[in-house]
Each structure stands twice: as structure tokens, then as C-alpha cells.
Design a protein around this ligand. Structure first.
Ligand code: ZN
Ligand code: ZN
Length: 419
């Protein structure tokens, strides 16, 4: 398409200079759209004058101005609103700690349809209106705030809805990896919404919305949420233990995600101390480091052997030698575990083979005993001891010929060093 045709299209559609320049974006390398539009119309007018076509192109002759953006037949004023839209963005990020950002825009659908038609009519080499707005708003925001535009993984994505002059600020989550230990046998790993009210708060939960007032998650996340001014957190543990089991040794790895953080520069070492002081030994958290989102999936996929310590009861009492033999016979064995009844409502009913690496009798007095068990990931320890009515086979109970039950369970160690 030649200059004359562009100019005629601009005149016919009553385009502002920004829209004119944008449709001709492949001409005039290095010019902004507004300048390009101006240059295009001026050039066209000068050509007309030189060729004495004045009568043919009155619109450009004699300096008749192009329509302002408010009168523009395409953008309905958007080309002239960049400063105002940038102000909306600047207001939205006020008081938020950021280094990098990216601007996006939502534009009325009718405008986009009309733009497409004009792009087709002019050869399809123009720049889309949205990309002009993103670029111009972005560079104005960068100029005023000193923030750096970034495409790949910005701290904030700010979407300006030009239809309503509203802004949606999406802050990139923070991810902190650490390990926790748990000595308290009354708190679950994660927040657990109340079954009655599903988190709204009722009599049963004392208005807390939770089955348990506290969790490892709430104790760890509380100080971090507050320091980051985040809206919510997600706790991604590398597996979990039962509420009444402790988690000892070096602890269990987890990643905590903080959503919509207004502060990104947290003093992790200081926050660890705050968390541990407040938890007063019920849990500990340590080894905090910054990680990125993909670490969550990696953690979820990591499996390893675990070593447990259990107190069991035996009914009727079992001789020590018999218990010792039973434990020895399970060591190095693969047992078949059908999904236990206690979890069958949330897990598929399958038979899983699991290897018991070792089982040592630490002490025993007939009616009770203490064992240390190392087993493959995913082994149901309670069922390995009790047999779960024959669903786990072989089991300690079957081998010693008595009813055996786990009374107390501690996770001593996750064998991560071997994975
Ligand atoms: Zn326009
Ligand atoms: Zn409730």
C-alpha cells in the first residue's frame, strides 16, 4: 500500500495521528506512531502540492488538522489517554516493593474488531493497538517510577482495563523452602477447614473455620505472611505425617508460597527466629532459602525411605524372642498393602507392594514394645504392624500371632541424602 492509500484510509476513517501511524507501522523505522502519522500526512500533503493535486486532497492541504484521538473513528480516545492510564498503574503499585513489571491492557472488543478490519484494508502490517498501549504506558511508568519493564518473569503484571479505567495488579508469588520438625502430636501439617462450616466459622470450630486452631502451616506462615503483606499462603510439604505423629531429626522439607506479596525483600534468617520463638518448641522451621515455582513440583515428586520409631501394644502379650523374630522376618521383605480402610475415602483401592528395609526391636515388655522401622516411601506403618484385617500382608501381628497396634509414631528421618 502506498502513502496515498494510507492517507486516504486515514481520512476516510477519521483516524487520529496515533492510529494513522500505527496502521503504517512498517514505514518510518524508529518513529513513534503519533510522529509517523504526522509525517505520513505531511508527506502526502506535500506530494499533493508538488503535483498540484490540491483540489483532490483538500483534507491535507492548508494544514487542516487530523481528528484528535477523542474524535478518532478507531481508538475512541485511547491514543490520547496514555498519561492517564499510566497514572492508574502508578497509583496501583504505590507502596508495593517491586523491581520489574509488565503492563497489559484490555480494550473494548468493538474497537479491536474495527482495528482488525482496518489492518486488513491496509495490508496487515500495522502494530496492534494493545501493543502500542502496553509499550507507551510501560515506558511512561518506567520513566516515572524507575521500575524496569520485563517480559519473562516480572515481579508484577499490571492489567489496565481501558473500558472501566480499573487496574488488576498481579504480584508474582514468593517461594521459600525450608524444613520443619514437629514435636506436638495435636497439630496437623496444613490448615484444615472445619467440616461443619467449610471455613466460614461456626460453633463447632469456635468461629475459627478450622478443625484445629493451629497447624505447622499456620505457625510457619503467620510471621511470613505478615512480613510480606501477602494475601494468602500455600504450604507444599514433601509428603506429610499423621497429626498424632511427630516429625523429628532434620525435619521434613517444604515450600511455602506467599501470594500477592507487597514486600519481597524479607530477612529470612530473622523470620526463622520469630517463627521458632512463637512456636515454643511445638514445631521448628529452619534452613530457609529462596526458590522458584518449579521447585514445588520437584519437591512433590521426590520420594525417599523413611525411618520411624513406634510404640506398639500387643494383645495378648508376646514374648520378646517371638517379637524379635517377627521383626527380623519383615526386614528386607516386600509387603503387599491394600489401601487402608482409614484412608480409602480419599485414595484409590489398590494393592501396593512396599519394601521394609529394616525393623529393629528397641525394647519390649510383652504387652508393649518399641520398634525402629525403615521402609520405602508410602509404606503404611500402622497397617504394617496391625495387618489391617489382612489387608496388609505379611504383618507383624500375623507373624507374632497377636493383635498389635501402633500407639505412638515418630518420623525420625527422611533418607533424602540417598535420593
Ligand atoms: Zn485513534
Ligand atoms: Zn466451623
Amino acid at each position: 500500500m502506498d502513502l496515498r492509500a494510507f492517507a486516504e484510509l486515514a481520512q476516510r476513517e477519521r483516524l487520529c495521528l496515533g492510529c494513522t501511524g500505527r496502521l503504517a507501522a512498517r514505514l518510518g523505522y524508529g518513529l513513534g506512531n503519533h510522529e509517523r502519522g504526522q509525517a505520513l500526512l505531511a508527506t502526502r500533503a506535500m506530494l499533493a502540492e508538488a503535483e498540484d493535486e490540491a483540489g483532490e486532497a483538500p483534507y491535507f492541504h492548508g494544514g487542516t488538522p487530523a481528528p484528535t484521538s477523542n474524535e478518532c473513528g478507531l481508538c475512541e480516545g485511547l491514543c490520547g489517554e496514555v498519561a492517564q492510564l499510566a497514572r492508574l498503574v502508578l497509583d496501583a503499585v504505590e507502596g508495593v516493593e517491586l523491581e520489574t513489571f509488565q503492563v497489559g491492557t484490555l480494550v473494548d472488543k468493538e474497537i479491536l474488531v474495527r482495528e482488525k478490519e482496518l489492518q486488513m484494508a491496509s495490508g496487515g502490517h500495522g502494530e496492534p493497538l494493545k501493543s502500542q498501549l502496553n509499550r507507551e504506558i510501560g515506558s511512561r511508568v518506567a520513566g516515572v517510577s524507575g521500575l524496569a519493564p520485563e517480559r519473562d518473569s516480572p515481579d508484577a503484571v499490571i492489567v489496565v482495563d481501558t473500558r472501566y479505567d480499573t487496574v488488576d495488579l498481579q504480584l508474582r508469588s514468593l517461594f521459600i523452602e525450608g524444613r520443619y520438625t514437629k514435636a506436638d502430636r495435636t497439630i496437623p501439617q496444613t490448615r484444615w477447614p472445619c467440616r461443619e462450616c467449610r471455613g466460614r466459622g461456626c460453633e463447632r470450630c469456635d468461629g475459627s473455620g478450622q478443625m484445629y486452631p493451629e497447624s505447622v502451616q499456620s505457625l510457619v506462615a503467620g510471621p511470613l505472611l505478615e512480613a510480606a503483606g501477602a494475601s494468602e499462603d500455600k504450604f507444599h510439604g514433601m509428603g506429610r505425617e499423621d497429626i498424632d505423629a511427630t516429625m523429628l531429626g532434620e525435619g521434613r522439607p517444604f515450600v511455602l508460597e506467599l501470594r500477592q506479596p507487597k514486600v519481597r525483600s524479607l530477612d529470612l534468617a530473622a523470620l526463622e527466629k520469630v517463627i521458632n520463638a512463637a512456636a515454643a518448641g511445638r514445631i521448628t522451621a529452619n534452613g530457609f532459602v529462596w526458590v522458584e515455582r518449579p521447585r514445588v513440583a520437584e519437591l512433590k515428586e521426590t520420594v525417599c525411605d523413611k525411618t520411624y520409631r513406634v510404640d506398639i501394644s500387643c494383645d495378648p502379650p508376646v514374648e520378646i524372642e517371638r517379637l524379635k523374630k517377627g521383626a527380623q522376618r519383615l526386614a528386607g521383605k516386600v509387603v503387599e498393602q491394600r489401601t487402608p480402610t482409614r484412608v480409602s475415602h480419599r485414595r484409590a483401592d489398590l494393592v501396593r507392594p512396599r519394601r521394609v528395609e529394616s525393623m529393629k526391636l528397641l525394647s519390649a515388655d510383652g504387652a508393649s514394645a518399641e520398634l525402629e522401622i525403615r521402609a520405602q516411601h508410602g509404606t503404611y506403618i500402622r497397617e504394617l504392624v496391625s495387618g489391617d484385617g489382612g489387608r496388609t500382608s505379611p504383618s507383624l501381628a500375623k507373624l507374632v500371632g497377636a493383635e498389635c497396634r501402633v500407639e505412638v509414631l515418630d518420623v525420625l528421618h527422611l533418607h533424602l541424602e540417598e535420593t
